[in-house]
Design a protein around this ligand. Structure first.
Ligand code: EPU
Length: 340
C-alpha cells in the first residue's frame, strides 16, 4: 500500500468538484486497510473513506488521509434450491454485481440496475430504486473497526436500515469501515413491478428478470444524466417524510401532489416527492451560478462546469429555502459531505 501526498480527487467524484486530499491511498486487502488505519492513528490525522465517489460532495481541501476502498471479490458462500448467499468485496462495482447476479440466475437485484457506486457504499445509504431497497437482500455486513482494526460483522437487524439511512451513516460513522457485503439472493424470480414508470416501459408480455433489468436501465437512462458526461451525484435531496396534518393540508391545496405511505410505529406519516416540490417551485431545467437542475428530473443537480462544492451547496440551499417557503417542507441533503 502506497500513501501519496496532495492528490487530485476531481476524477474520483462524479459531481466533478475540484478537491485535493492531503494524503491518499487505495486499499485492496484488509491488511492494507489496517495499515492505513494505524498510519492515521500514529499521526492523529482525520480519516475519510471513498467508494465510487457517486454520493459525495467533497470540500476543496481534504485534510488527513482519503482511503479508497478497492477490496474486490465475488464469492458464492452457500447455495440451496431456492436461494444463494454471496459475499461481495466492498470495492466491487454495484452495476457489475447486478449483471453478474442476473447472468448466474441469482434474482432480486434487477430493479437496482445502473445505480452508480460500489458495493460497500450500498448499505450506507441503503440504495433503493423502483420499489426495491438493498436492505431487503442484506444478510450481513463485514468490516473493520477504526479504533482497533478488529474484524466484525453486523447482522441485517443491527444495521438500522431505513429509507436512505443506516447505522453506518449515524452511530458507526467514523467508527467502522465496510469491507464486504453478504447478500441472500433468490433462485426463483419474483417480479417487483409496482413502480408506475417501470410498468409503462414494461408494457404487455411475460415479465422476466432480464426484461425488468432492461426496463430499469431504459427508465434511468431517459431520466437521469450519465455522470460520465454530465457531472452529478444522483438525487441531491431525500424524499421528505412529513407528519400527517402537513400532508393533508398540502394535498388539499395541491390535489395532484404525489405521495407515498410512510407510517411507522411513531405514527401516521407520508413521504412526498422532493422532485415534484422542486419542480413546482420552478427549478426544473433552471441554471443558477453554473449549476443546472436536470431537465428530466428536478432532484438531480448537475455541475457541467465542474465548479467547487460551495457553489453547488449555495444553489442547494436556495432550493431548500424556496421549497420551505412554498410548502413548509424542509429538504434534507442526500449525498454525504466530506472534508468539513
Ligand atoms: N416528479 C416531478 N418532477 C420531476 C421528477 C419527478 O414532478 O422533475 C414527480 C414524478 O412524476 C413522480 C415523483 O415526482 O410522481 C417521483 O419521481 P420519480 O419516480 O422519478 O422518483 P423520485 O422519488 O424522484 C427516487 C429516488 C431515485 C430513484 C427513483 C426511482 C430518492 C431520493 N430518489 O426518486 O434515486 O432512482 O426514486 O425509484 O429516493 C438516487 O438516490 O440518486 C436516485 C436517483
Amino acid at each position: 500500500m502506497q500513501i501519496q501526498r496532495d492528490v487530485d480527487l476531481q476524477s474520483c467524484n462524479t459531481l466533478a468538484v475540484p478537491s485535493r486530499a492531503e494524503f491518499f491511498c487505495s486499499v485492496t486487502t484488509i491488511d492494507d486497510l489496517r495499515e492505513a488505519l494505524s498510519w492515521v492513528q500514529k499521526r492523529q490525522l482525520p480519516l475519510h473513506l471513498l467508494g465510487g465517489g457517486s454520493n459525495v460532495v467533497l470540500d476543496p481541501e481534504i485534510p488527513g488521509l482519503m482511503v479508497r476502498m478497492d477490496i474486490r471479490g465475488r464469492e458464492v458462500v452457500s447455495q440451496a434450491h431456492d436461494h444463494v448467499v454471496v459475499r461481495i468485496g466492498a470495492g466491487e462495482n454495484w452495476h457489475q454485481l447486478v449483471e453478474w447476479a442476473l447472468s448466474n440466475g441469482f434474482y432480486g437485484l434487477e430493479n437496482l440496475a445502473l445505480i452508480p457506486g460500489t458495493v460497500g457504499a450500498a448499505p450506507v445509504q441503503n440504495i433503493g430504486a423502483y420499489g426495491v431497497e438493498v436492505s431487503r437482500f442484506i444478510e450481513r455486513v463485514d468490516g473493520v473497526t477504526i479504533s482497533e482494526g478488529e474484524e466484525i460483522s453486523l447482522r441485517a437487524e443491527e444495521c438500522e436500515f431505513a429509507y436512505r439511512d443506516s447505522v453506518f451513516k449515524n452511530r458507526l460513522r467514523s467508527r467502522f469501515v465496510i469491507t464486504a457485503v453478504v447478500l441472500r439472493l433468490s433462485r426463483r424470480f419474483q417480479a417487483h413491478t409496482s413502480y408506475p414508470a417501470l410498468q409503462d416501459v414494461l408494457g404487455e408480455g411475460p415479465v422476466t428478470a432480464e426484461r425488468i433489468f432492461n426496463a430499469v436501465c431504459q427508465v434511468r437512462r431517459s431520466k437521469l444524466p450519465d455522470p460520465e458526461t454530465i457531472p452529478n451525484c444522483g438525487s441531491f435531496f431525500k424524499n421528505p417524510i412529513v407528519p400527517w396534518d402537513l400532508y393533508e393540508a398540502l394535498a388539499e391545496r395541491y390535489p395532484g401532489m404525489p405521495s407515498y405511505d410512510a407510517s411507522s410505529n411513531i405514527g401516521p406519516a407520508r413521504k412526498l416527492a422532493a422532485a415534484w416540490l422542486i419542480d413546482q417551485a420552478g427549478w426544473k431545467g433552471k441554471a443558477v451560478h453554473g449549476i443546472k437542475i436536470h431537465q428530466h428530473q428536478a432532484l438531480v443537480l448537475t455541475n457541467p462546469s465542474r465548479l467547487p462544492a460551495d457553489v453547488v451547496l449555495d444553489v442547494a440551499s436556495m432550493i431548500q429555502m424556496e421549497v420551505k417557503a412554498k410548502f413548509g417542507v424542509l429538504l434534507e441533503m442526500e449525498p454525504q459531505r466530506i472534508g468539513s
